[in-house]
Design a protein around this ligand. Sequence first.
Ligand SMILES: [Zn+2]
Length: 392
Amino acid sequence: MKSRLIKILGGIALLAVILLIVAFTAGPGMLERSLNRVIDHRPHQISAEAQEFHDSLLVADWHADTMLWKRNLLERAKRGHVDLPRLRDGGIGLQMFTTVTKTPRDMNVHENDSASDNITAVSYLQLWPGATHNSLLARALYQAEKLDGFIKKSAGGLMWVRSKTELAAFLAAREGSAATAPIGAMLGSEGGHPLEGRIENLDKMYAAGFRMIGLTHFFDNELGGSLHGTSKAGLTEFGRSVVTRMDDLGMIIDLAHSSVQTARDTLALTKRPVVVSHTGFRGACDSERNFPDRLMKAIAAKGGVIAVGLWHQAICGTTPEAVANSLAYGIALVGADHVALGSDWDGAVAAMPSDHTPAITAALLKRGISEDDIRKVMGGSSIAFLQKWLPD
Ligand SMILES: [Zn+2]
């Protein structure tokens, strides 16, 4: 009787162990595959001339959440949108990686509160260090460490871009052959909540390599109102002190996901131009995810850069032609010097993967956009911005 009970209990324990092993090994991949859906628009119509022109560009992208997921950035993956081999295939020169530290359940662009959080479960599922289970700062710093580890292991394939000096070194290293040209890596945060309400944590994030911080993500936080929050309020006192300290440190303020009022308050306060790292233009795609055109014009008038995403809520489509349509609208509205790419790759969106980027250049050429303007929006305006506004 007793031995039978032990056998049954042993069987249950064995089954539990097997289930746990399956969850922790296959789970992260299944989760990512379901959220970062790859949209394949091939065959792309890319002429030899268009490909050659694309290869002559320094392409820069302002937003990829790749560090959130459990995979090796240096190896070609069958899931998600970004890894080093696919960035190379897509002719991307510079990639901003952004960290995600808290997202509400049933996330939507309309209204979310801050009560729930998906990333706690993600941190357990992906076996992140214990400190990340309940600290948003630890989650941001852990993802920064991951990026730093990949850069170190890449044997020159990836280069940190954290200052004007590092940017110049990266640009010089790109002068050689395209096959061995390094890809620049920058680091930003989706939202200022990893600061956990303490200004001294900004210096910790700076030290970890963060050079851009989005003030809010999907919910109102200690800094101010989110575009998708409950209050739609502006900057708080803490938010104002963060903006001022970011100005002092030479960090880039990202208004993506900020409420309209937070954006207005920030523009009135900051002494530096801002970036909207992944968005669309309202006039081209009337979506709640996008700022009104008037606000975009104010951002551009202060020297800012508006980076256009590749997913449906930003551009009302996902094809290369849809991307070209929103980029062309932006060029007409604010000028090519203020328009850039901000894919939101690996940001729980369905989008074309990074190796399909030449199709965007081809679609812009087909639309009759000038080569000068294409060179700017594909990366030139971003590099010019960074040359001016990164710290020394
Ligand atoms: Zn985002």
